[in-house]
Write a protein that binds this ligand. Structure first.
Ligand code: SF4
Length: 345
């Protein structure tokens, strides 16, 4: 039987009692329902966008250890914030957290969805999460997990954004909006998973159209993905994995972060020509090739060929800089080279 409005109270009840029993004990879920620490909820929601919960948990503990309060975050230099964000990707989010923390310290902690939305970098999802979890406001969150669970419950193969939001709003429990939001998120993350939903353990299968169809994983239909852009670049390691020439990147390729001096290989240019252009810019000499590091982001795949060299600008202490994962991989090439030289000695 497809889900009807009359079923909603029973579905809410089943979700909430399952959540009370089986919800995940995550480190940001501290404090009573509807009165969670808004700072912790906010940081966790920003961190978990595009990050697996297991990894996000480690990053969350590290970030909270560095900046235990919004005041501490606002007062920290941006370099320290980027350093604590290292590995989480999407560094614009760390910059926005820092800017928003400054606004919060000056103007006070927002308590409503609309006031959270007014902060730098806070989108509808984060605002709804913080408003419902920390302040008990009846706002439904809408992310990938919510979309999948609702598409399956209703048997909708092509759920539009507005459709998902309307179904999420209708399902929200007015008395426990934060818990209902978390219940749907947890169901999507642990039971109603993309490829192999565990329908046998699902508290709402009695109302689920996708389960009734016999092909629950066919809902929703896969999204057509934007093509991944291939980027080829060369980098020069002047120094070693501990002390090296670092530059602040410009543009949209890991922009704002520190990294090895890098040049993108232009159309019609050979890697050798790009390397010569890079070496000339730095006033450096090239001594050899260390290897290739690759890194995939949502819409970009970067292949970076790393060379060693001499001369050039002064070196910096690598451990003090906020580096991208691509740069850590590039520095790993130097360490591997050293290990093989040592083994061959
Ligand atoms: Fe997802 Fe299966 Fe539960 Fe339906 S019954 S919501 S497909 S886990």
């Amino acid at each position: 039987m497809p889900l009807s409005p009359a079923d909603l109270p029973a579905v809410r009840g089943a979700l909430l009692s399952w959540f009370d029993r089986a919800g995940r004990p995550l480190p940001w879920r501290v404090g009573p329902e509807g009165r969670r620490d808004p700072y912790r909820v906010w940081v966790s929601e920003v961190l978990l966008q595009q990050t697996q919960v297991a990894r996000g948990r480690v990053y969350f503990e590290r970030f909270l250890a560095a900046f235990p309060t919004v005041q501490a975050l606002a007062e920290a230099p941006i370099e320290a914030v980027l350093k604590a964000w290292e590995g989480c990707g999407y560094y614009a989010r760390a910059r926005n957290l820092h800017r928003a923390a400054d606004v919060i310290v000056r103007e006070g902690m927002p308590t409503t969805y609309d006031d959270w939305r007014a902060l730098p970098g806070v989108g509808p999802y984060t605002a709804a999460a913080v408003a419902s979890l920390a302040f008990g406001e009846a706002r439904a969150v809408n992310d990938g997990n919510v979309r999948r669970v609702l598409a399956r419950l209703h048997g909708e193969r092509h759920p539009a954004e507005a459709w998902v939001q309307a179904r999420a709003d209708a399902l929200l429990d007015p008395a426990r909006p934060g818990a209902l939001n978390e219940a749907v998120m947890d169901l999507g993350a642990t039971i109603c998973t993309p490829r192999a939903p565990k329908c046998g353990e699902c508290p709402v299968r009695a109302w689920c159209a996708a389960f009734a169809s016999g092909h629950p994983a066919a809902f929703p239909a896969p999204k057509v993905r934007a093509a991944v852009r291939e980027i080829r670049a060369v980098a020069l390691l002047l120094g070693d994995a501990h002390e090296a020439v670092l530059e602040r990147r410009e543009g949209n390729l890991l922009g704002g972060l520190m990294g090895l001096p890098t040049e993108i290989i232009r159309d019609g240019e050979t890697p050798g020509e790009t390397l010569a252009r890079l070496a000339e810019r730095l006033g450096a000499g090239v001594t050899g090739e260390l290897g290739t590091a690759t890194h995939t982001m949502t819409h970009r795949h970067v292949t970076l060929t790393v060379y060693s060299g001499t001369g050039g600008p002064p070196r910096s202490h690598v451990a003090d800089a906020a580096l991208s994962r691509l740069d850590h991989k590039a520095l790993g090439l130097w360490e591997r080279r050293q290990a093989s030289l040592f083994a061959g000695a």
